[in-house]
Ligand binder design. Structure first.
Ligand SMILES: [Zn+2]
Length: 488
């Protein structure tokens, strides 16, 4: 699995390098490696955020100790990063925004550092006392502090509730408002968290709650471990006046949800729908990819977000729709789909995001249809009619100019719908099921999805078919629906 991951991450560069090797011949491989430390790059070349993330190393593990005081929003924190150099390094960057840095060490030795303004937040350049060798494992420890409401250079990932607490909503580039990190979805790592909460509050984080420890001041430190790798954008830390509600899926997966204190009776039946949602999706995609799941319902957030193992929802979602139906369940299914598409299988850069949002919209639509609430084909037709105009303004689904538009969401679902009609539902279902199995705990590109679809179906014509749908300036004809036309 490592081979595939490396090849995918390097993308075009890996292909170019592989092609160049035979031409250079044995003389090139005989060259002794000369230690030549240089600074790592200040970005990984994400088309939508060129300076997001950093080059020259890959993170293996983050350990975050976060000591937060509700109401004042002050915090002190320490992040310990285990990483491996991917080049000889004289210096390297982390992404950060709005923090006061107190101390930095690299592999136990004090390091020098400086903060400069970046494209989205700040670049945090660390110069270790001794340069690092390509392939060398090293640790970085940063002690820092700040205030949740302090001004920042970019948008913030902090969301504040009426309880004086907060929850993190970091997608797509704002994990750096919580911790110095390599803030790119291409660099996934395992995580441990130690989050303190005073009496009356609870803490959350991704993964399993391993234990709690009491401190002399009466506060509690909550310790969590996320064993599967996670991109920074998906951190789900919070300190809130909440209640943990527990359950299990039909297959025995542990579930833990956090709902507002005093509203357990209102939200208990809502979160109790999760086992049915899990069963419905596991039938389609196979086993849920992580060791725990749950939903966090919080009044400090206005949307819904697929934080890994712990989706975050606004309290505003959970009202019956105009027909008195629990239409919000389609949003619960949307975020649960993301645990496979987006969290376990993560975009290598943000221009690939249609394959996060497309499946989430498509399967939420299918769920609504099976419940008799809506008809997927009607929604897809309405999307088709408008998508030419959206492609012109915001870019096609596979080449968006920015995140958050219809092109990625409904447009991404339309690409999958077209594929399901063209390939047939049975083959389409196999493409999607095999995709999340093959790329589990890894990163992807649109190119990888095109190759995968041809592999699984044995149908080479699906390569140009998907390219037209993903990258074309206008909608191709919809298979089976020659009467569908653009109207805008
Ligand atoms: Zn989504």
């Amino acid at each position: 699995m490592t081979t595939r991951r490396t090849a995918l991450r390097l993308g075009g560069a890996a292909v170019a390098a592989a092609a160049a090797v035979p031409a250079l011949g044995p003389a090139a491989t005989a060259q002794p490696h000369r230690f030549d430390p240089k600074p790592g790059s200040n970005g990984v070349g994400d088309p939508l955020f060129p300076t997001l993330g950093n080059g020259g190393y890959q993170v293996v593990h983050y350990d975050l100790a976060f000591d937060f005081t509700p109401v004042t929003y002050d915090f002190t924190a320490t992040v310990k990063i285990n990483a491996r150099a991917t080049q000889d390094l004289s210096a390297f960057n982390l992404d950060t925004d709005g923090h006061t840095i107190d101390a930095v060490t690299v592999s136990g030795r004090p390091a020098t550092w400086e903060l400069t303004s970046g494209q989205s937040g700040q670049e945090f350049t660390i110069t270790p006392a001794r340069p690092l060798h390509d392939g060398q494992a090293f640790t970085v420890e940063v002690r820092y502090r700040g205030n949740g409401k302090a001004p920042r250079l970019g948008l913030t990932g902090w969301r504040f509730g009426t309880d004086g607490g907060f929850a993190s909503a970091a997608q797509s580039s704002r994990a750096d408002t919580f911790l110095p990190c390599n803030d790119t979805p291409s660099d996934k790592a395992t995580w441990t968290f130690h989050i303190s909460a005073p009496k009356g509050f609870v803490a959350t984080a991704n993964g399993e709650l391993t234990h709690k420890s009491r401190r002399a001041d009466g506060s509690t430190v909550w310790h969590f471990a996320l064993r599967e790798r996670m991109a920074t954008e998906l951190i789900g830390i919070a300190v809130v006046k909440g209640t943990y509600l527990y359950g299990t899926s039909h297959r025995g997966l542990p579930l833990r949800h956090i709902v507002p204190q005093g509203q357990e009776e209102k939200y208990g039946p809502v979160v109790a729908r999760t086992p049915d949602h899990l069963a419905w999706l596991e039938e389609k995609f196979g086993r849920y990819p992580f060791s725990v799941y749950g939903v966090h319902i919080y009044d400090g957030y206005t949307d819904a977000l697929e934080n890994q193992t712990l989706s975050l929802f606004s309290t505003n979602w959970f009202k019956p729709d105009a027909n008195g139906r629990p239409g919000y369940e389609t949003t619960m299914v949307h975020e649960l789909v993301h645990q496979w598409f987006g969290d376990s299988v993560t975009p290598n850069d943000w221009q690939q995001a249609w394959l996060n949002e497309g499946p989430a919209v498509y399967y939420a639509g299918l769920y609504g249809e099976e419940r008799g609430w809506s008809v997927l084909e009607d929604k897809m037709r309405a999307t088709y009619e408008k998508l030419d105009a959206v492609r012109a303004a915001d870019g096609p689904p596979g080449l968006p100019k920015a995140l958050g538009g219809t092109n990625i969401y409904d447009g991404g679902a339309l690409v999958l719908y077209a594929l399901s009609v063209r390939a047939g539902r049975r083959k389409f279902d196999t493409v999607m099921r095999e995709w999340v199995k093959r790329f589990k705990d890894s990163t992807y590109t649109s190119e990888a999805f095109i190759r995968h679809t041809v592999d699984v179906t044995g149908d080479r014509s699906l390569d140009p078919f998907l390219r037209d749908w993903l990258f074309g300036a206008v909608n191709p004809p919809m298979p089976g629906h020659p009467d569908w036309k653009a109207t805008a």
